[in-house]
Ligand binder design. Sequence first.
Ligand code: FES
Length: 154
Amino acid sequence: MTVGALARDRPFDLNLPTYSAPAVTLPRLTYHMARTHTVTVHHRQTGRIYTVEVPEDRYILQTAESQGVELPFACRNGACTTCAVRLLEGEVDQPEAMGLSPDLREQGYALLCVSYPRSNIQAETQDEDEVYELQFGRYFGKGKVRRGLPLDED
Ligand code: FES
């Protein structure tokens, strides 16, 4: 016997009370489709070039990963600079990029983990520690610290 035939032979009669709910007017839903930009990343360490489509309201790194692209990262919070790239073309919005000085942002560096695309983008990954050196290198190797501790007293 099929399920349909079973249902016909034994109709459900649950004797449940009926309720009448007051009419509810639901707010009109508006679906917003964010603009999408083409982001091309030249991965200098592997020599590969990746192109992904990234909506304006999505982080570039996360969106690239969702499209099967593996790019450098560590903290995912805009702090460590592992995901830093140099923008060759285009603009990003990166209000949470606390690991990047205003100077380096001006020079076109961006942290992909917290960057939203604002146009089509061409970018290249940094050399290891490039951003770190640019940002902090001037503070190191300039003092009296020499090999062997304790520090000299002169
Ligand atoms: S992964 Fe650390 S700053 Fe982006």
